[in-house]
Design a protein around this ligand. Structure first.
Ligand SMILES: [Zn+2]
Length: 313
């Protein structure tokens, strides 16, 4: 090994051709966060990079740093897990793309990890564990576009602040409906959506905006099963029915007590037990809807890849 090279665990979030033979790759790396690297000769190399710089691949990466920029030189990559199912099944691919887009939107190069890598790995690994009747995935003739909008590209991360709440136009989901053979008893569509909801509740905490589900934002009374609640995206938490009546309900989304309890439980669960929590039916729909609005509010942009999953009516 070169004395100046370093090794790190990394997940591929983006890969773009650069010139005739190189590729620019965006990784999320354990310990150091998002990082961009150039893989010289990657388009020609049959040894060093073939089938490794694919989206969502988990790698052991060897790289050297540049003195002039944050762009590192990728020396070698060892495939740890290809998460192949995520690229072979349309619904899993679409869901993994949500995780990818959220991560690219909320992180900047070399900002650090602080548990984000583990969350990213949990999301992709749990989705990849959804076992499918692959032969039945015939509704789609081609893979959905990688970048549904240009703002999903790396480097487009906005500074996080608190803009006004903006609604999301409705659209029917384009997610196939297959049965799961894996650890979940839910149909794949619901199971994947459940993972997306659980990922997001942890994701917001990871970026420093943990939703307050423990007490009313306005009167500070602890959550009670005897009260009705809504979710205020601007305030980042629940508002009890009494405060909504007294102070108005603008921008407060209805949220059932059962959903609040599951989401609050998810906030406190370690990652290795998170998959045990299951939202379903209207609870899952309202959870995804509020998480989508909250993310839109925080990130100041729409997460394009979430639309098929969140606009359920
Ligand atoms: Zn209150």
């Amino acid at each position: 090994m070169s004395p100046t090279s370093k090794e790190i665990a990394a997940i591929v979030l983006d890969c773009q051709d650069h010139g005739e033979s190189d590729q620019i790759v965006t990784f999320f790396c354990e310990g150091i966060g998002r990082m961009m690297g150039i893989a010289k000769g990657a388009k020609r190399s049959q040894k060093r990079f073939v089938n490794k710089l694919e989206l969502f691949s988990s790698l052991r990466l060897r790289y050297t740093e540049s003195r002039r920029s944050n762009l590192v030189f990728i020396v070698e990559a060892e495939l740890v897990d290809s998460f192949l199912r995520l690229r072979q099944n349309t619904s899993l691919y679409m869901a993994a793309t949500v995780i990818r887009e959220l991560t690219l939107s909320a992180t900047r190069d070399l900002e650090g990890d602080e548990g984000f890598f583990a969350l990213l790995q949990w999301g992709l690994r749990t989705m990849d564990g959804q076992r499918l009747h692959a032969s039945r995935d015939v509704k789609y003739h081609k893979r959905p576009p990688l970048n549904g909008c240009s703002c999903a590209l790396p480097g487009a991360a906005p500074k996080i602040s608190r803009p006004p709440l903006v609604g999301v136009p409705g659209r029917r989901p384009l997610v196939p409906h297959f049965r799961s053979e894996g650890h979940s008893s839910l149909p794949v569509q619901l199971s994947v959506m459940n993972i997306l909801a659980l990922f997001q509740i942890k994701f917001f905490e990871q970026i420093g905006y943990r939703p307050n589900l423990d007490s009313c934002l306005r009167c500070h009374q602890p959550f009670s099963v005897a009260q009705e609640y809504g979710f205020d995206s601007r305030g980042g938490g629940i508002v009890c029915g009494r405060c909504q009546k007294e102070q108005g309900q603008s921008s407060v989304m209805p949220l059932s007590r059962g959903t609040i309890k599951i989401l609050a439980s998810a906030q406190d669960q370690p990652l290795h037990r998170l998959h045990c929590l299951q939202l379903s039916g209207s609870g899952l729909r309202e959870a995804l809807s509020l998480l989508t609005h909250y993310g839109h509010h925080l990130l100041q942009r729409e997460i394009c890849s979430l639309k098929p999953f969140s606009d359920l009516h």
